[in-house]
Design a protein around this ligand. Structure first.
Ligand code: GLV
Ligand code: MN
Ligand code: MN
Length: 426
């Protein structure tokens, strides 16, 4: 099946959804909010105009399928997310849903019968930027949202996640009861196409890459370092309780631990993405009495995450003692690392090789809904498409030629997967 002919449709989808969700700087598709809904409505209309069926699952994710699909028959799922970070790029998430939809449209137009039919899923709420928790839509599907998760406040309104999910049409009784909202047994494989979001593929001139695994993470969305707000001119160094110097000290200590761990070959990245004093009270002449910050670490290894977490807390205790401050932590939020299925990776690699496309097998630093599927025991695989200028920023870019190669390899892999050992055995 030649998917390259869908290039102009792909370009149209990206241009239309960008226009619908442009915020003046980048695109904003808030999880369970306006931009995500606009993208979802657009994709729904497009699918319906192609004669496809679209329905919302009980977590309000969108499922696209052919009308000939039987509801309980075994299927392959292809998906990604419809939301974005604030002022983000157009391709993070949307590229994957579009890739799946193009494969589905091609099969529908050709009227072909597949050994394992394709269903495409557009997830809501993948980006942690909005509620401080990643993978909300796919977590709900697998019954993995706790009451504490559902109470997480939206970054602007402060209203709880549960309220937003309910408004989007999710069945909150089922979500609260942690029901598994999908028949896992019928999903024989899960595939996700995604832009790389990092600089490696550009540096190595690779249009595509097969993903070996996905880093997990721990996060605290809100930590407060409490010191003593005082006149900046009168308190000598030895009597100060400066929460800003304390937070800076913490970050520098973590950087040094990180450097040493990297030298030992440990997989780890560490970020304090939010650091602020309160503009209502801060001033050039005031020793900061409160600093708010977030902390996140990611690794392929759960053990590394736990060890680094304990190290971080131990440094907070030491700094508290040395500087006379205290750290107040909100709930720790965890995402598990995941390994992609070896047989599915082989199929994706084989499809790249058959097309003569240079590729490598690389790990994913970013998080993806695929990790939920892999950790639920569903054979899962991901294909990265090269992209420019990184991601989670409005400069994120992607060449349409690279994307179409990804769509072709996805389609070829969908044809090949029903023959693979893992799926036949499953
Ligand atoms: C997902 O976008 C992530 O933060 O890894
Ligand atoms: Mn993202
Ligand atoms: Mn993404």
């Amino acid at each position: 099946m030649n998917l390259l002919q869908f290039r102009s449709l792909a370009e149209k989808i990206f241009a239309d959804v960008r226009e619908l969700t442009f915020d003046g700087v980048g695109v904003t598709r808030a999880s369970y909010g306006e931009g995500e809904a606009a993208a979802a409505d657009y994709l729904r209309q497009l699918a319906l105009s192609e004669g496809l069926e679209v329905y919302a699952d009980r977590a309000a994710n969108l499922i696209f399928r052919r009308p000939t699909s039987e509801p309980d028959a075994p299927v392959i799922w292809v998906g990604s997310h419809m939301d974005s970070v604030p002022q983000g790029g157009n391709y993070d998430g949307l590229a994957g849903v579009t890739a799946g939809l193009l494969c589905l449209i091609a099969r529908q137009r050709e009227g072909r019968t597949d050994a394992l039919p394709l269903e495409v899923v557009g997830f809501r709420g993948e980006e942690s930027a909005w509620f401080g928790k990643a993978y909300v839509g796919s977590s709900a599907l697998f019954g993995k949202l706790s009451d504490a998760d559902l109470a997480l406040p939206q970054r602007v309104s402060g209203a709880p996640l549960s309220e937003y999910m309910e408004k989007a049409g999710a069945d909150m009784d089922a979500v609260r009861a942690q029901e598994v909202l999908v028949n896992k047994d019928r999903i024989k494989a899960y595939l996700e196409v995604h832009i790389e979001q990092g600089p490696v593929m550009v540096a190595r001139s690779l249009p595509l890459a097969v993903v070996s695994g996905i880093r997990g993470n721990f996060r605290h969305n809100h930590v407060v370092c409490v010191g003593d707000a005082q006149h900046s001119g009168v308190v000598p160094r030895w009597l100060r309780h400066d929460s800003m110097f304390a937070v800076a000290d913490l970050i520098m200590r973590l950087d040094e631990h990180w450097r040493v761990l990297l030298e030992r070959g440990t997989d780890l990245v560490v970020t304090a993405g939010v650091v602020n004093t309160d503009p209502a009270e801060h001033s050039i002449s005031r020793i900061p009495g409160r600093v708010n910050f977030s902390i996140e670490a990611r690794s392929k290894s759960t053990d590394t995450l736990e060890a680094f977490y304990q190290l971080m807390r131990a440094e907070c205790t030491a700094i508290s003692r040395e500087r006379g401050v205290r750290f107040e932590f909100d709930r720790r939020v965890l995402s598990d690392p995941a390994t992609m299925d070896e047989d599915v990776c082989k199929v994706l690699s084989g499809a790249c090789a058959a097309q003569g496309i240079p590729f490598e097998v690389i790990p994913s630093g970013a998080g993806h809904d695929a990790s939920l599927f892999a950790n639920a025991g569903i054979p899962s695989g991901m294909l990265f498409v090269r992209n420019q200028n990184g991601s989670h920023n409005p400069r994120e870019a992607m060449e349409i030629e690279d994307f179409m190669l990804g769509v072709q390899v996805l389609s070829d892999s969908l044809d090949e997967l029903p023959q693979t050992k893992a799926l036949v055995a499953g």
